[in-house]
Design a protein around this ligand. Structure first.
Ligand code: NAD
Ligand code: UGA
Length: 469
């Protein structure tokens, strides 16, 4: 029986391994992590991450060919294929701080593999890493062990949160990069054999190592760039009377452009777009490609601009002051169908409003109170360094209350900001909400999900992204 061990039981490691276990009943899959609480949760009925369809997959395989454990060394030493899916957040200090990824977690995983291995291993980079990381990993492994052969593969993950299980079951492509040597190609084939259990052959792409590593950064940069492009257009739409939905629809009908990923919003969030573009920018700078670095950096600048624009609009529309006013925040997760708040635009918007002394009443169907308070008191980039950082700005959190539903959040509020496109916000009883709000009652729809005409008929003053007033 082939044995797979995955180091890192997070948003990628957990769902990815659960799907491999589901589709390959003859492969023994163990997911290991240094976080005891995470592993305990994976072994319970309350999984550590919310992802539609994940519970069912885990329930089907857990205890059969899918296991979660904190005994990292034992399972790594027994495995034939080791996936490394640890976090690679942006560095907060030292060389490259604010741009380069923190590879400490990766390096410590590689050193541990070298320490405990007694048989040949295929080591798979699942985390998103800078180009040439495989070379560094290879060195760490070979310099720290003797008589063991390691093959390093790059197999970046393209799943999106909220649709992870569907994305894993039916991926657009699986990308495998390896050394162009006979042993390297043998390892590529071994990993291909795992995916071929359910992924059609023509969707499994093989490349050299560096192309695979770079393709992941490139894909995220292209995706984020589309959002910044449409968000930049939304500002122009607001200035000219055009409607961004009509513009994206017209632009997206061009088959060369396509209709997906053209929704204007309050800004993109999530743990990866910003981090991976900063990583790309840093690599360009290190290679002396200043203009290329600036080009990609602008994607992030437009995203920051979009979030600021949103806050400015709220404040300026509400007679230039939100001081002491209650504002309801509907949605805190970075997108619907996830409880993940990493780099959510809601953090920047809430901070902006708190800076103007607003009182916030926040409701999100999936994000816990503690998480929201922690997010609002952390420094930028601190969110993914949980081990060594403490909250730094607890004062603002006193102006925040976290509540259990949208009606409570909006009661007696002067304005509503919709920051996540949860389906339940589309079907709220807005007449009831209007009746319980201070007047004039404002709605700032950061996701363009409400029926503007209907809300205006009720009496709301509605601002959408990139749409005429
Ligand atoms: P995560 O923070 O949810 O999970 C990482 C896990 O690794 C944590 O549970 C942590 O405790 C564990 N870990 C860290 N060092 C360890 C070590 N030495 N030994 C054992 N466990 C260790 O991160 P994630 O969202 O799953 O992302 C992982 C990687 O995948 C990142 O590089 C990210 O860029 C990439 N990625 C993420 C997504 C996504 O949707 N979140 C999608 C594609 C790629
Ligand atoms: C993204 C990519 O889509 C995945 O392919 C990739 O694997 C992953 O990053 C990663 O590397 O972590 P994810 O961040 O989970 O996935 O979610 P997306 O659906 O890409 O959304 C990202 C952000 O963009 C969200 O805040 C979303 O609301 C926003 N968005 C998305 C828009 O504002 N407009 C759109 O049209 C699409």
């Amino acid at each position: 029986m082939v044995k797979i061990c995955c180091i890192g039981a997070g948003y990628v490691g957990g769902p990815t391994m659960a799907v491999i276990a589901l589709k390959c009943p003859k492969i023994l899959v163990t997911v290991v992590d240094i976080s005891i609480s995470r592993i305990t949760a994976w072994n319970s009925d309350q999984l550590p991450i919310y992802e539609p369809g994940l519970d069912e997959v885990v329930k089907q395989c857990r205890g059969k060919n899918l296991f979660f454990s904190t005994d990292v060394e034992k399972h790594v030493s027994e495995a034939d294929i080791i996936f490394v899916s640890v976090n690679t957040p942006t560095k907060t200090r030292g060389l490259g701080a604010g741009k380069a990824p923190e590879l400490t977690y990766w390096e410590s995983a590689a050193r541990m593999i070298a320490n405990v291995s007694t048989s040949n291993k295929i080591v798979v980079e699942k985390s998103t890493v800078p180009v040439k990381t495989a070379e560094a990993v290879e060195r760490i492994l070979t310099f720290n062990s003797s008589n063991i052969s390691y093959q390093i593969l790059s197999n970046p993950e393209f799943l999106a949160e909220g649709t992870a299980i569907q994305d894993l079951l039916n991926p657009d492509r699986v990308l495998i990069g390896g050394r162009e040597t006979p042993d390297g190609q043998k390892a590529v084939q071994a990993l291909k054999d795992v995916y071929s259990h359910w992924v059609p052959e023509d969707r499994i792409i093989t490349t050299n190592l560096w192309s695979a590593e770079l393709s992941k950064l490139a894909a995220n940069a292209f995706l984020a760039q589309r959002i910044s492009s449409v968000n930049a257009m939304s500002a122009l739409c607001e200035a000219t009377g055009a409607n961004v939905s009509q513009v994206s629809n017209a632009v997206g009908k061009d088959t060369r452009i396509g209709p997906k990923f053209l929704n204007a919003s309050v800004g993109f969030g999530g743990s990866c777009f910003q981090k991976d573009i900063l990583n790309l920018v840093y690599i360009c700078e290190c290679n002396g490609l200043t203009e290329v670095a600036k080009y990609w950096e602008q994607v992030i600048k437009v995203n920051d601009y979009q979030k600021n624009r949103f806050v400015n609009r709220v404040v300026s529309s509400m007679f230039n002051t939100v001081s002491g006013k209650k504002i309801a925040i509907l949605g805190f997760a970075f997108k619907k169908d996830t409880g993940d708040t990493r780099e959510t635009p809601a953090i920047d918007v809430c901070r902006g409003l708190l800076g103007d002394k607003a009182w916030l009443s926040i409701y999100d169907p999936q994000v816990a109170e503690d998480q929201i308070k922690k997010d609002l008191s952390m420094n930028k980039f601190d969110w993914d360094h949980p081990v060594h950082l403490q909250p730094s700005n607890t004062a603002a959190v006193n102006q925040v209350s976290i509540v259990g539903d949208a009606y409570e959040a909006t009661k007696d509020a002067h304005g509503i900001c919709i920051l996540t496109e949860w389906d339940e916000f589309k079907t709220l009883d807005f007449q009831k909400i209007f009746d319980n709000m201070k007047k004039p009652a404002f709605v700032f729809d950061g996701r363009n999900i409400v029926n503007v005409k209907k809300l205006r008929e009720i009496g709301f003053i509605v601002y959408s992204i990139g749409k005429p007033l």
